[in-house]
Design a protein around this ligand. Structure first.
Ligand code: NDP
Length: 329
């Protein structure tokens, strides 16, 4: 395993980590989740990602139970939660001081831990002043309930505003952002956040490295039984897969699969290694519904040295979506 600092912070996360969105409860019970977490931990993974929203809190409950049964030392792993979608009531959602405090306490109880290593604002809340959110996060840090706070799918200027307010208030600025990043979605990580890596030392914990499984290449011949796209709750993902953009992605995934085979790896490994090769990525959060998938994905680091500049050029020729660099005048 490789370890990387979370942005400019001193925290070292494993370059590959494990998330629980979709999988915990929908596809894995507590036993299956614990098995996957042990497999990851034994391979050097030290970060497990979660959110109050995942399976309506059940994902955190399952992870907490798994952590308890595995008996992992608290100083040997990091765990996250995210606040935004905690329920249907107006007080149960968004980034108000109240919901942030309630969400943190509920996550701590479900995960059965005394503190969250990472706590994310799951989306920007346009109806709450950023200052209120920054102050509420600062309070959680001071209380020892949260070590590092950050954002997910915020815009660069919202993150910069939060950091400026935090500096003025003397509280901790956001340490990390959690954006989607994969061979199909690149703009935020490669272009929009470029200045923030320098100015704030922003870390990134990136999600959906396989674009929900499309980059594994398995959708080339239709939708396999039991896959994420067959789950009723995730019909919106299936609709996206069956859209013209989705069909184009499946076709490109097929071309990438041929390249992966040439390199002696699998399509999933190629896609994950491609994310890891970006030095601004602190950790790639893997998703897996079976131990075999996880084993395959964890071996992606072996493929990384084979991503030479010539191979990267061939990848660009297939995906054709590199963001244009900022203009210099
Ligand atoms: P991926 O894009 O890597 O998709 C993972 C899914 O792809 C698996 O659950 C599995 O689904 C399929 N898959 C994985 N490996 C293989 C393989 N080797 N062969 C074939 N199929 C494979 O990641 P996720 O979308 O799951 O995101 C990862 C994590 O990121 C989440 O768990 C969550 O923690 C975080 N996240 C954060 C978000 C945010 O807004 N901050 C949003 C989304 C995710 P199946 O077997 O069912 O087909």
């Amino acid at each position: 395993m490789q370890y990387r600092r979370l942005g400019r912070s001193g925290l070292q996360l494993s370059a590959l980590s494990l998330g629980s969105w979709v999988t915990f409860r929908n596809q894995l019970d507590t036993r299956g989740a614990a098995e996957l977490m042990k497999q990851a931990f034994d391979a050097g993974v030290n970060f497990f990602d979660n959110a109050e929203q995942y399976a309506g809190g059940e994902s955190e409950r399952i992870m907490g139970e798994a952590l308890r049964t595995l008996g992992l030392r608290r100083d040997s792993y990091t765990v996250s939660s995210k606040v935004f979608w905690g329920g249907k009531l107006p007080t149960q959602r968004g980034l108000s001081r109240k919901h942030i405090r309630d969400a943190a306490d509920a996550a701590l109880a479900r995960l059965q831990v005394d503190y969250l290593d990472l706590f994310f604002c799951h989306r920007p809340d346009l109806d709450t002043p950023i200052e209120e959110t920054v102050r509420a996060m600062g309070d959680l840090v001071r209380q020892g309930k949260v070590l590092y706070w950050g954002t997910s799918e915020w815009e660069a200027d919202q993150i910069a505003e939060a950091a400026g307010i935090a500096r003025a208030l003397g509280v901790d600025p956001p340490t990390m952002e959690q954006p989607q990043y994969n061979l199909f979605v690149r703009h935020k990580v490669e272009r929009e956040f470029a200045r923030l890596y320098e100015s704030l030392g922003l870390g990134t914990t990136i999600w959906s490295p396989l674009a929900s499984g499309i980059l594994s290449g398995k959708y080339a011949a239709g939708i396999p039984a039991g896959s994420r796209m067959t789950l009723p709750e995730y019909q919106w993902l299936r609709e996206r897969l069956e859209s013209p953009t989705g069909r184009e992605q499946v076709e490109k995934a097929g071309q990438l699969a041929q390249l992966a085979a040439e390199l002696g790896g699998t399509p999933s490994q190629l896609a994950i290694a491609w994310c890891v090769r970006n030095p601004h990525v602190s950790t790639v959060i893997l998703g897996a519904s079976t131990p075999a998938q996880l084993a395959e994905n964890l071996a992606a680091l072996d493929l990384q040295p084979r991503l030479t500049s010539e191979i990267l050029v061939r990848i660009e020729a297939i995906v054709g979506n590199a963001p244009a660099p900022a203009e210099r005048f």
